[in-house]
Design a protein around this ligand. Structure first.
Ligand code: NAD
Length: 481
């Protein structure tokens, strides 16, 4: 592969049809990471045609599911072998700490291993037709050609949550990663190719969403589009996909409540509130961006949170002392800056942060951990996703009020409750309208447990058995004997 032949179409590394390229810079210091092809509409159409032809030939779609599962287990082994290469590429594209990228690659490996094992087990079922004259069964078949569109915050992880189940189910895929973070997608295509995936089954297009991504939701030869990204883009994709009635899976944003009761383990709740809000500089769909604290401990809790937030050390991806890294781009830093300014203008009180990195950090897009209190429901800072290191504080007096505040969002991705009262923990968990609820923890997830959103956080689920089912059609075969 030459450095600018980075589209992978029908088993070949090719350059863009018009020779277009894009430079990728590391958000931590602005250094050039690489130059990649920028796909044209014709390139995307070629990728769709290759995926369609591979699907129709049955090179992969007709392979028995247990064999497809074995292949995914080999992908997991390949990821283990190439972990350092993948982690370094992820870190240079995103600016995130290398230790976080290493964890991401471990999680991606676990995802492939999970779907590799699940692939051969999910064989459909026999249906009791109520008479011995009929044989009836449900069999699962691949949907067909799947367009997979992923964001920049966890570039390969979010892509892997789609690639692994889509391939496990026998589909052909076209992956369109974020234009800001293409390099681990390139490595992934190379790994799939090296392991012998038939040509055309997995294709890669790179570039801006409006060109490289849009055909994946509009083209009649794409049967399904699976998208992870922002709410507004999700709406555009869903509307576009409606014209050809594609299957649509959407993993969108969140404005996630972290509810702290007065009886919580104070130190653990503080540690986790910091991690919830500030890990990866808050560029996490499930970030605990809304702290909802029982009024009787709010002052003490927020004082300590602010004290600790000011101690968080920003730094480059290979700085072993860094605790969090930069935002993805100058444009994104401007967005977060404007968001905080608007919150203050609406009446929020800035307790700490709100500034850019200085000195050596001025070369990157660093933003200091920010706490805003005295916010009111209805302010933009408590409604909109900042996708940066910004946490707001609201207070409550009763369980009912805590639930009301926590559910007061169009989103519904994730939330947490902190209390040592097990009954209360379960009561609150049952009443929160979010796809993941943590009790006395924040952020862990499991490949075998479904992930996804209530409300406008999305449609469908990734991971777990439902994450595979998204990529299946169910066919009822009924035989009168
Ligand atoms: P984004 O919506 O700007 O872009 C996501 C992807 O869509 C990119 O690959 C982009 O190029 C592509 N795209 C843009 N316009 C398109 C179009 N018209 N047609 C097809 N593709 C198009 O999102 P982002 O800024 O990359 O990512 C951040 C967002 O992702 C946040 O809102 C975050 O909450 C969300 N996210 C959600 C989850 C989840 O699991 N729910 C996980 C990670 C990120």
């Amino acid at each position: 592969m030459s450095t600018t032949s980075t589209l992978f179409i029908d088993g070949e590394w090719v350059a863009s049809a018009d020779g277009g390229t894009r430079d990728i810079h590391c958000p931590a210091d602005g250094e050039l990471v690489g130059t990649v092809s920028e796909a044209t509409t014709a390139d995307v159409e070629a990728a769709i045609a290759a995926a369609r032809a591979a699907f129709d030939r049955g090179d992969w779609s007709a392979v028995p599911a247990p064999e497809r599962g074995d292949f995914l287990l080999r992908v997991a082994a390949g990821l283990r072998d190439r972990k350092d290469q993948f982690a370094r590429a992820e870190t240079l594209d995103t600016g995130k700490r290398i230790i976080e990228s290493e964890i991401d690659i471990d999680d991606i490996t676990a995802c492939f291993a999970y779907f590799g094992k699940l692939a051969g087990q999910d064989a459909g079922r026999i249906v009791d037709a109520g008479t011995s004259d009929v044989v009836s069964r449900i069999q699962y078949e691949p949907v067909g050609v799947c367009g997979l569109i992923s964001p920049w915050n966890y570039p390969l992880l979010q892509a892997a949550w789609k690639i692994a189940p889509a391939l496990a189910a026998g589909n052909s895929i076209i992956l369109k990663p974020s234009e800001l973070t293409p390099h681990t997608a390139i490595l992934m295509m190379q790994l799939l190719h090296d392991l012998g995936l038939p040509r055309g089954v997995a294709n890669l297009v790179l570039g801006a969403g409006a060109v490289a991504g849009a055909p994946l939701s509009s083209h009649p030869d794409v049967d399904m589009v699976s998208f992870t990204g922002g709410l507004e883009t999700g709406k555009v994709i869903a509307a576009s996909a409606a014209a050809t009635v594609k299957k649509v899976a959407l993993e969108l944003g969140g404005k996630n409540p972290n509810v702290i009761f007065a009886d919580a383990d104070f130190d653990a709740a503080i540690d986790n509130a910091l991690n919830a809000a500030f890990v990866h500089s808050g560029q996490v769909c499930s970030a605990g961006a809304r702290l909802v604290v029982e009024a009787s401990i709010a002052e003490k809790f927020v004082d300590e949170l602010v004290r600790r937030a000011q101690l968080i050390r920003l730094g480059g991806p290979f700085d072993p002392d860094a605790e969090t890294g930069p935002l993805i781009s100058a444009a994104h830093r401007d967005k977060v800056t404007a968001y905080v300014a608007k919150g203050i203008a609406e009446g929020a009180r800035l307790r700490c942060g709100g500034t850019w990195g200085e000195g050596d950090l001025a070369k990157g897009f660093y933003f200091t951990p920010t706490v805003l209190d005295e916010v009111q429901r209805g302010m933009s800072v408590v409604i909109d996703e900042a996708f940066g290191p910004v946490v707001t504080v609201e207070t409550f007096e009763t369980e009912d009020e805590a639930v009301l505040i926590a559910n007061d969002t169009v989103y519904g991705l994730a939330g947490a409750v902190w209390t040592q009262d097990a009954g209360r923990a379960q009561r609150i968990a049952n009443r929160l309208r979010h796809g993941t609820i943590w009790i006395n923890d924040y952020h862990p997830y499991l490949p075998q447990a479904e992930w996804g959103g209530f409300g406008q956080s999305g449609v469908g689920r990734e991971l777990g058995p439902m994450g595979l089912a998204e990529y299946h059609e169910a066919k009822h075969v009924y035989q009168n004997i």
